[in-house]
Design a protein around this ligand. Structure first.
Ligand code: SDX
Length: 428
């Protein structure tokens, strides 16, 4: 079939730009040849830019669809465990029984961190934000595996992926224990991934481990909902860093930094702060008005999305999980949960939000759920980073397995000064 072409007339020249078909979602116009004539496309925020080719995650923002390797998020959240989804993201298929046992065994036996790692923590104040510590210690992992940083070998690539997925809960829990002045808790090999994470977060060396299986299952589901999400800001950061050949630990540290922002992964912490600021249902109208006021920087945190212009499918599952966790911990009448549901109802009936297709996103209910699990607010984005590491490293691997690793190097629209001579200081 004849190749589809988009024609562009610019600076007196006509370009025949190839249109490349996608398996799902929009076809793309390949504009690379424009660089030959130093012609750039301009797309701040990359709203309509496909930065790469990927087979991992598909999002249909208009219809609220999220697929991982073709499987709907609703089915994965219902029928799988987080590590099965991590295997799916990494290898392209859900594991069979043997593959599941082998993958789980590999992850379990990489959960320990080097005994030098705890020393990095003592350089931080006890009240340091845990995301600041995570950026530091995850990047520092590079220093412990320099003999395995030759990524021409598939074995080293996969070993780095296993190490990162396995060690993130251990490091995350260490940031929390450090803030409390409590001893770090070692992982236990006969606990599953989410159980081990809660064990390392909340156990004490003076007591028997006692992780509530219902809460562990809820955390496992929350991590599935956060595992990957196409080319979001932090994943694009990981790919950008990876395109230079930087090692995966440094790339994931860069992703953690990007996720921290309140417009992205930091929204779960910001959303809970917002709900507490609103306080009670009587204040909702006042804050909805602020959110609509262009002169007011206040935004409804946990609402809106660059891609979803329909309900974020993860938010629906998160709301149900939130309700189940609150029931389990005996807080089903949690005032913040009730406030969140009322706020959602009012916003979804308000034309400002309806016209702009602003719906709750994954962060709207995750903060209330994590709080009900006993997770402190400043750890919410750390939990997000633990889960998203599976997606980040899968996307990093996919990029490394392309025939050529192409350095990412965007250009710009220059609006600065034209050329001029440097004046002597007495003439400045
Ligand atoms: C995540 O990309 C991903 O996939 C991210 C993520 C993932 O899994 O990786 O899904 C995770 O980051 C979810 C998003 C979490 N962020 C928040 O909840 C923060 C609150 N949301 C907003 O900051 C905002 O909705 C963004 C940043 C998420 C998206 O903003 P866009 O796409 O840049 O849209 P925009 O800022 O151009 O807004 C369009 C209009 C504007 O009004 P107008 O100028 O058209 O009049 O909608 C308004 C905005 O002012 N708007 C909001 C709003 N979000 C957008 N108004 C009030 N409250 C909001 N939350």
């Amino acid at each position: 079939m004849a190749e589809k072409i988009a024609k562009l007339n610019m600076n007196g020249k006509e370009y025949d730009l190839p249109i490349l078909e996608s398996t799902l979602g929009p076809d793309v116009v390949k504009v690379s040849e424009l660089a030959k004539d130093a012609t750039f496309t301009f797309d701040p925020g990359y709203n309509s830019t496909a930065s790469c080719e990927s087979k991992i995650t598909f999002i249909d923002g208009s219809n609220g669809i999220l697929l991982h390797r073709g499987y709907p998020i609703e089915q994965l959240a219902e029928k799988c465990e987080f590590l099965e989804v991590a295997h799916l993201l990494l290898h392209g298929e859900l594991p069979n029984k043997n593959q599941k046992n082998s993958f789980y065994n590999d992850i379990t036996h990489h959960t320990l961190v080097h005994e030098q790692i705890p020393r990095f923590f003592s350089g931080f104040r006890r009240d340091a934000h845990p995301m600041a510590i995570m950026v530091g210690v995850v990047g520092a992992l590079s220093a412990f595996y320099h003999t395995d940083l030759d990524f021409s070998s598939q074995k080293n690539l996969m070993l780095a992926a296993l190490r990162l997925i396995a060690k993130m809960p251990t490091l995350a829990a260490m940031t929390y224990k450090y803030s409390l002045g409590q001893p770090f808790i070692y992982p236990i090999n006969n606990l599953d991934y989410a159980e081990n994470f809660l064990h390392m977060m909340f156990s004490l060396p003076t007591e028997e481990t006692n992780v509530n299986p219902v809460l562990a299952k809820a955390l496992d589901k929350i991590m599935i909902l956060h595992a990957d999400h196409e080319q979001n800001a932090s994943t694009s950061t990981v790919r950008m860093a990876g395109s230079t050949g930087a090692n995966p630990f440094a790339c994931i540290a860069a992703g953690i930094g990007a996720l921290w922002g309140p417009a992205h992964g930091g929204a779960n912490e910001a959303c809970l702060n917002m709900l507490e600021t609103i306080g009670d249902e009587g204040q909702i109208d006042k804050y909805i008005k602020k959110a609509k006021d262009k002169d007011d920087p206040f935004r409804l945190m946990g609402f809106g999305h660059r891609v979803y212009k329909n309900y974020d499918p993860r938010a629906k599952i998160m709301q149900k999980t939130c309700h189940d966790v609150l029931e389990t911990v005996g807080a089903k009448d949690d005032p913040l949960f009730k406030l969140a549901m009322k706020l959602e109802k009012i916003a979804l009936e308000d034309e400002y939000f309806v016209d702009r297709k602003l719906y709750p996103n994954v962060d709207f209910y995750s903060g209330i759920t994590l709080r009900a699990l006993g997770v402190p607010r400043n750890m919410f984005t750390v939990f997000f980073a633990v889960a998203r590491t599976a997606g980040w490293i899968s996307q990093w691997l996919e990029m490394h397995n392309e025939p050529t690793l192409k350095l990412a190097r965007p250009r710009q629209r220059y609006l600065g000064a034209t050329e001029r001579d440097v004046p002597p200081i007495d003439k400045r």
